[in-house]
Design a protein around this ligand. Structure first.
Ligand SMILES: C[S@@+](CC[C@H](N)C(=O)[O-])C[C@H]1O[C@@H](n2cnc3c(N)ncnc32)[C@H](O)[C@@H]1O
Length: 196
């Protein structure tokens, strides 16, 4: 089984790809350790905003503590103990990031909360979950859906012996993203579409 820390690191690293830039308004759920939250808060900067819902109070408190321990106080971050399957309740979002077991239950809420052109991004470990998410996206106002598998292949580099490592953490998860269609699309911060 892949070490959990490696999975989390990969989720953080790759979640930046079509996600968050300075000034973006981002929704994230769930928070877990807050590792991804910290990366997002740093990416959006003081002109952006990260709203995070975590269903477990102990995890929410730990995530907030970890983020503040890493980045300091007075951050553009709001953490709430809430079930995001019940709704998001925040409008005009640029990004919705989901790292939880049933993201298809959030697709309808994300339709209401993202502005046109906004992006939903989900990190999932198994392809069965991806299939359910893609089906929900197919029946929604999202388009341009895409799924990539995250693979890490470390290399052994020693003199003339340059080859992939014999042992490695290979599969770590699938990233699925889709853009909300309809209306006049715009990007985070400065009104231009960026990435993906
Ligand atoms: C895989 S962890 C997230 C890890 C996180 N991205 C990190 O960087 O550490 C999944 C989290 O989702 C939370 N969760 C599960 N279902 C939820 C829901 N319906 N609403 C809010 N949080 C939920 C869990 O309590 C757990 O903390």
């Amino acid at each position: 089984m892949a070490p959990r820390s490696s999975t989390r690191r990969t989720s953080v690293r790759f979640s930046f790809w079509p996600t968050s830039s300075a000034g973006a308004r981002v929704f994230e759920s769930g928070l877990g350790s807050g590792a991804l939250t910290a990366a997002l808060v740093r990416a959006v900067g003081p002109t952006g905003r990260v709203t995070g819902y975590e269903i477990r109070q102990d995890f929410a408190e730990r995530a907030q503590r970890n983020v503040e321990g890493f980045l300091g106080p007075d951050l553009p971050l709001e953490v709430e103990v809430r079930d995001c399957y019940e709704g998001i309740g925040v409008d005009d979002l640029d990004r919705v990031l989901l790292d939880l077991p049933e993201p298809w239950r959030v697709v309808g809420h994300a339709e209401q909360s993202l502005h046109p052109g906004g992006i939903l991004l989900s990190y999932l470990p198994t392809i069965g979950q991806v299939t359910r998410l893609r089906e929900a996206l197919e029946e929604s106002a999202f388009g341009m859906a895409d799924t990539v598998e995250v693979l890490q292949r470390h290399w052994h580099v020693e003199g003339t012996s340059v080859r992939p490592d014999h042992r490695m953490v290979a599969h770590t998860g699938f990233l699925t993203h889709a853009r909300l269609l309809g209306g006049a699309a715009r990007g985070p911060g400065d009104g231009t579409l960026s990435e993906s």
